[in-house]
Design a protein around this ligand. Structure first.
Ligand code: GUN
Ligand code: ZN
Length: 447
């Protein structure tokens, strides 16, 4: 890992100039030419934590302020920090728990573990490990699930704030079909969510997501309360699960006989809108996809989870035909890795099972700019456009002997990115920067 000398100050603002191969996306490479910018010898100039300029080294070298901290990462690839749009921090310690399927896995491992998060000290301990593990894997922003306990959301917000990370979470809402020890009510869930919004939303780099677990664990009264809360706070996010597993879909049809479909349950309570993230979205029909697209809501595709729990295969052909706002997510602990590279690896294979070729360029776009756009934060994160917050990664194409050999054979940017996506994991992350400051990625993390 490169060590940095003390940063210079220009007019009171720290300026760093980072040299290396630089890649970022401006739009979806699946549908647009000129979707990305790439410089083999690039320079990223960061002032006061934000991107001041990006371009070729030759064109920008003259703009480096005298005394600026110049960091040489030549040979390595600099990309915006990854954005994971669906991950459960309270499931960190039950990752890799084998199960025949979603509903058994929830009852057997998830709910008993989530019970522990009523204890604020326990929650904060896991949140500290979790946020370090995200950084170690190059994830600088995530839409995170807490538990039903307000203290669990406090723990994650506080751990994120301590690391200056741009992060989102919310307390889970669940008032039926769950153990008593995890149950709130329509009234208490809405009140505690509103209190957490007042306390954390918009504070530093933090934001709130209204978080009904999934339709089976909320009464109609609770879903209605979620809709009201969303109307009262039109800039907060929404996250939930939809159409992940066949048994779950059947159960929802029994619980909500008047709804046209699983997605329609949420639609009836005004929970489809920009900034709403729907996890999984495997078993959708054509009308669901039209509604998702029209509403501006996003899909969090969770391929390692879908394979691990045997849930099913996300349909990329239909997703693209409807221009859905698809993003990539780990879904730890149903998902089996914190790494967005491992997630890309699985996404490529899930797409292959449907006869669809998911390119590496597209996968890097999905893990960065696509998620930023779905969050409405494209002016803040996900690219190196001037003014954006300088959260970025340095990737090592020679991180392991095998990756080095494959990288040397890569004759195109796509081939190099594909090698990262198929072979990469936390070992590829050379360093991580948050608002222009180097984070401790790669350092040993205490248990
Ligand atoms: N559906 C409802 N809760 C969960 C959860 O915690 N994980 C996953 N993968 N699906 C869910
Ligand atoms: Zn989930």
């Amino acid at each position: 890992m490169t060590t940095t000398s003390p940063a210079s100050r220009t007019n009171g603002a720290v300026t760093r100039a980072i040299r290396g191969r630089i890649l970022h996306f401006l739009r979806d490479p699946q549908f647009h030419d000129d979707a990305y910018q790439y410089w083999e010898d690039g320079l990223l100039i960061v002032t006061a934590g934000r991107v001041a300029a990006v371009g070729s080294y030759d064109s920008l070298a003259g703009e480096i302020p005298a005394g600026a901290d110049v960091i040489d990462h030549r040979g390595k690839l600099i990309v915006p920090g990854f954005i994971d749009t669906h991950i459960h921090y309270p499931q960190t310690d039950i990752i890799a728990s084998p199960s025949p399927g979603l509903l058994h896995w929830l009852d057997t491992y998830t709910f008993p573990e989530e019970r522990r998060f009523s204890d604020a000290a326990y929650a904060r301990g896991v949140a500290d490990f979790f946020t370090d593990e995200l950084l170690r894997n190059g994830t600088t922003t995530a839409m995170v699930w807490s538990t039903v306990h307000a203290a669990s959301a406090d723990g994650l917000f506080a751990a994120s704030q301590a690391r200056n990370m741009r992060m989102i979470t919310g307390k889970v809402l669940m008032d039926r079909n769950c153990p008593d020890f995890l149950r709130d009510t329509a009234e208490s869930g809405a009140r505690e969510s509103a209190d957490l919004i007042s306390k954390w939303h918009g504070k530093d780099r933090l934001a709130y997501a209204i978080t009904p677990r999934f339709a089976p664990t909320s009464t109609e009264a609770q879903l209605a309360a979620c809709g009201e809360l969303a109307r009262a706070h039109d800039d907060v996010f929404i996250q939930t699960h939809v159409a992940e597993n066949r048994d779950e879909v059947k159960w929802v049809a029994e619980l909500f006989p008047d709804a046209r479909s699983y997605l329609d349950v949420y639609d009836r309570y005004s929970l489809l809108r920009p900034g709403a993230f729907y996890g999984h979205a495997i078993y959708l029909d054509p009308e669901d996809r039209r509604r998702l697209a029209d509403s501006g809501a996003a899909v969090a595709h969770c391929p390692t989870s879908n394979l691990f729990l045997g849930s099913g295969f996300y349909d990329f052909h239909q997703s693209d035909a409807n221009r859905l706002n698809v993003t990539l997510a780990t879904d730890v602990g149903g998902g089996t890795s914190f790494s967005m590279f491992r997630t890309m690896n699985a996404a490529h294979k899930v797409a292959r099972m449907g006869g669809y070729h998911l390119t590496a360029l597209r996968m890097f776009y999905l893990a960065t700019r696509a998620a930023a756009e779905a969050l409405g934060w494209q002016d803040r994160i996900g690219s190196f456009e001037p003014g954006c917050e300088a959260d970025f990664l340095v990737l090592d194409p020679e991180a392991t002997p095998l990756i080095a050999r494959r990288s040397h054979r890569s004759e195109s940017l796509e081939a190099q990115l594909f090698a990262f996506a198929m072979l990469g994991d936390d070992r590829v992350i050379d360093s991580v920067y948050i608002m222009g400051e180097q984070a401790t990625a790669g350092a040993p993390v205490a248990a």
